[in-house]
Design a protein around this ligand. Structure first.
Ligand SMILES: O=C(O)CCC(=O)C(=O)O
Length: 360
């Protein structure tokens, strides 16, 4: 199959073509994985079906586990989170159907150079970028509230896509608010709703990135998704139980183990900033396989672009100066998309110059 213009060939098309040697645009130096499942395990927290009420017997103990994980890991998995398996299966089926559409039909939703919304193949889409391509295609759009969706890129013809996304995003909104409530309490903020209000309250939004990583003939030479920390507040990720998500822990890349029924939660950059560095936004990446595809569904909880995010006032005093400059979320995001995925580069840029000197 002739493919002169690799950069604009979807990874799925490339993989389906049966090539045995991948195009040079995808080849990069990939840091090795540290395989020692006994040494490091991302914490698994049993939410006992949402535990939303503070009347719940186990509230304090579960909240303490969440806070410790946010501080020490920046990543954790939640089980018994209250989202029905049947709903998760519907979200997965409806979005698998998107990637099974004929190429031409998917291309009707293709995103544009300066706007990630829609069907795409790489984040960090600067035409001048030297960045290598990634072994994965994705679909990206706002999912909640529904009026934020770009309907020109919404695959309305897919059966159950809209309904399952509606229900899933309603459930996730509750989970995000629950997590922010727990983290506000841990920071001893003036109210449990404090973090939620700082990220826009009712105006905050959810976006989904559905990742499809096809099998790759030379998986050790590529990444499915380059190392990055997320620019938003909190992320909840679902995957298809194929390994591939890795986090950097103490300098080493380790696998996030597959736990049936679990959702993976991660602290993202705006939460690290709000907590003045107490909660950690951790670098992660996606790796791929020779013989199997993988899918994941990352849902990002974000403030509206005009909301200024800076360390919470209550956390600042003479002994605890602000470690990050405040910026509107829009400004932060513009820089993030301009630079592309870049480890923890963005949150590093947001650090105050004097704190960089003292913390480096
Ligand atoms: O595929 C994964 O597990 C990671 C996805 C992710 O980090 C993202 O979409 O930002």
């Amino acid at each position: 199959m002739a493919m002169e213009n690799w950069a604009f060939t979807r990874v799925q098309t490339l993989a389906d073509s049966g090539i045995q040697t991948i195009p040079p645009e995808y080849v990069r130096r990939v840091e090795k994985t540290h395989h020692d499942p006994n040494r490091f395990q991302v914490p698994i927290i049993d939410l006992q079906l949402g535990f939303s009420s503070q009347q719940h017997d186990q509230y304090d103990s579960i909240a303490a586990q969440i806070s410790r994980a946010a501080e020490n890991w920046g990543f954790f998995q939640i089980i018994n989170h209250g989202i029905p398996d049947s709903l998760i299966a519907r979200v997965q089926e409806a979005s698998k159907a998107f990637f099974q559409l004929p190429t031409q039909e998917k291309e009707a939703y293709a995103n544009e150079a300066q706007n990630p919304i829609g069907y795409g193949s790489k984040i960090g889409y600067s035409p001048d970028s030297e960045a290598k391509l990634e072994w994965g295609d994705y679909y990206y759009n706002a999912i909640w509230p529904p009026d934020m969706r770009d309907m020109s890129k919404w695959p309305i013809q897919l059966s159950d896509f809209t309904e399952s996304m509606d229900e899933y995003s309603r459930e996730l909104s509750k989970l995000f608010e629950l997590l922010m409530e727990v983290l506000s309490r841990d920071l001893d903020l003036e109210s449990e709703n404090s973090l939620n209000e700082s990220v826009g309250g009712e105006r905050k939004g959810l976006h989904i990135r559905i990742n499809y990583y096809p099998p790759c003939p030379q998986p050790d030479l590529v990444v499915g998704l380059a190392p990055h920390s997320d620019p938003n507040v909190l992320t909840i990720l679902l995957h298809d139980q194929t390994p591939g998500l890795q986090i950097r822990k103490n300098g080493a890349w380790i696998d996030v183990q597959c736990v049936p029924g679990a959702l993976v939660v991660n602290i993202a950059d705006q939460m690290e900033i709000l907590s003045n560095g107490k909660f950690k936004s951790i670098e992660h990446r996606g790796v791929v396989h020779k013989d199997r595809s993988r899918m994941s569904w990352a849902v990002f909880c974000s403030p509206p672009r005009d909301v200024l995010v800076s360390p919470k006032r209550e956390l600042i005093d003479e002994q605890h100066p602000p470690l990050y400059q405040g910026a509107s979320y829009g400004e932060y995001l513009t820089k993030f998309f301009k630079k592309g995925l870049d480890g923890k580069g963005h949150i590093h840029d947001a650090k105050q110059q004097d704190s960089l000197v003292s913390n480096s």
